[in-house]
Design a protein around this ligand. Structure first.
Ligand code: GLU
Length: 454
């Protein structure tokens, strides 16, 4: 069995955003790839900024994305509690351990980590007030993503504040030690903290984990980092917009990582097999909502019909597009022709409402387009009707009917498509027209065409 133990360590101080989800996901993928353990640890030492609502969003979003944790809140494990707010006694004991070793000292009410090295005598007086400086050699970090990174930590730093609360660096390292974390995969914004963390490991006399700092996610336009306030930043949003969690997860995998063969839409089992932290890009990733939407559409297309129907039915019931009397067979028939065209489940009600009512919405823009092109949609439908009435109701027969009428009038068959689509669905686009007519059925189609043509 693999000894790998990784953790996702969010602070519940804000909504669960793309960056957090991607960090969690890379840890989860690494654990699943190596057969190790994925641990969820809640870094909730900042009492004022934490909230249960944020905590709930973290759990919900992670479960929605299918990132199950092997140890952590609501799951348990041998290394708990998994909330830092419940580990205060441990932190105090670990501080005493460092104090006993002479590696922590008290000054101005706070506790400081004493760095090793020669104290710098000529250190600036006004800085000296705040911290002691040492002549330290650069520390080389072998980062799984960044390669070799050299950093210098030359100032003692606070590990317990004067109000008695431990600081982030201290609890983060203590817990990584206590929870026997082997690999720390986290955002590049933490790279600058790593030298402090390595100093703490050294002070405790414990071998540090292997680090991997993953690239930032930039906003769609411009140089800035994606923030919680940017459009598309929150995972909840995709949940509400009825994205497929598997598609969102697939997209998140691509923020800083590319599958070896370049094929980007792939099942999670395949991603788990291929995923390597060492293959994570060093360059920043850029958030691209269009690509996310494209992956969602492509994933929808590959769903088995029965699964698609299971996802669609509650949405269509809720929006009153169908009622409970619609059989599975009928629903599957209609969905069969829209599945390859619809880009999100959210659009289904609007996209397919006309199959279930003749009182459908008419898209004014589409109507304007029909006449703008100099066509006379009513005339086209009148020309078509006798041939259509005589046709067998199969797609090849319908296609032949359009072709015959077009040929007789020296028109393209497509001149008839837009008027027929509009008259039967009120739309200017949608699923393959002949499929729409077949599934609508002869009686409904002809009735709608006649009512349109007056
Ligand atoms: N609580 C920290 C954060 O949310 C975790 C840092 C780490 O993964 O070490 O950024």
């Amino acid at each position: 069995m693999s000894q790998v133990r990784v953790r996702f360590a969010p602070s519940p101080t804000g909504f669960f955003h793309i960056g957090s989800a991607r960090t969690a996901l890379f840890n989860w993928l690494y654990a699943r790839h190596t057969g190790g353990k994925f641990i969820l640890r809640i870094e909730d030492t900042d009492k004022e900024r934490n909230s249960d609502a944020f905590l709930k969003v973290i759990f919900d979003s992670m479960r929605w994305l299918g990132m199950d944790w092997d140890e952590g809140p609501e799951v348990g494990g041998d290394f708990g509690p998994y909330f830092q707010s419940q580990r205060t006694e441990l932190y105090k004991a670990k501080l005493q351990e460092l104090a006993a070793k002479g590696r922590a000292y008290e000054k101005d009410g706070a506790w400081w980590l004493r760095l090793e090295g020669a104290r710098s005598p000529a250190y600036d007086d006004h800085l000296k007030k705040d911290y002691e400086k040492v002549d330290a050699a650069p520390m080389v970090l072998h980062d799984m993503v960044r390669g070799q990174v050299a950093r210098v930590e030359d100032r003692d730093f606070v590990i317990f504040r004067s109000n008695g609360e431990p600081v982030f660096h201290f609890v983060n390292v203590v817990d990584d030690i206590e929870m026997q974390i082997t690999h720390v995969i986290r955002g590049e914004d933490h790279l600058s903290n790593t030298s402090k963390h390595l100093e703490l490991f050294k002070a405790f006399g414990v071998k540090p984990p292997i680090y991997g700092h993953i690239p930032l996610i930039l906003k769609t336009d411009g140089p800035g980092k994606m923030s919680k306030r940017d459009k598309g930043a929150l995972i909840e949003e995709y949940q509400q917009r009825r994205y497929l969690p598997s598609a969102v997860r697939n997209y998140l995998c691509l923020l800083g990582w590319t599958p070896a063969d370049g094929k980007e839409v792939l099942p999670i089992e395949e991603i788990i097999k291929q995923f390597e932290i060492s293959a994570v890009h060093q360059s920043n990733a850029r958030f691209d909502e269009r690509k996310m939407s494209h992956i969602n559409a492509q994933t929808l297309r590959t769903l088995p019909a029965a699964e698609f129907a299971t996802l669609a039915r509650p949405i269509l019931l809720e929006t009153k597009v169908i009622d409970a009397s619609i059989s599975d067979a009928r629903l599957t028939e209609v969905l069969g022709i829209v599945q390859e065209k619809v880009t999100s489940l959210e659009h289904l009600p609007e996209f397919m409402g006309f199959f279930f009512t003749s009182d459908f919405k008419k898209d004014e823009g589409a109507m304007a387009n029909l006449t703008k092109k100099g066509g006379d949609p009513v005339a086209r439908i009148r020309e078509l009707l006798p041939t259509l009435e005589a046709a067998a109701w199969t797609e090849p027969a319908l296609e032949a009917a359009f072709a015959a009428v077009g040929a007789a009038r020296e028109r393209k068959p497509t001149d008839y498509f837009a008027p027929v689509r509009f008259a039967t669905s009120g739309q200017g686009g949608g699923a393959h027209l002949l499929g729409v007519l077949r599934v609508l059925g002869r009686d409904t189609t002809l009735a709608r065409l006649k009512s349109f043509a007056g």
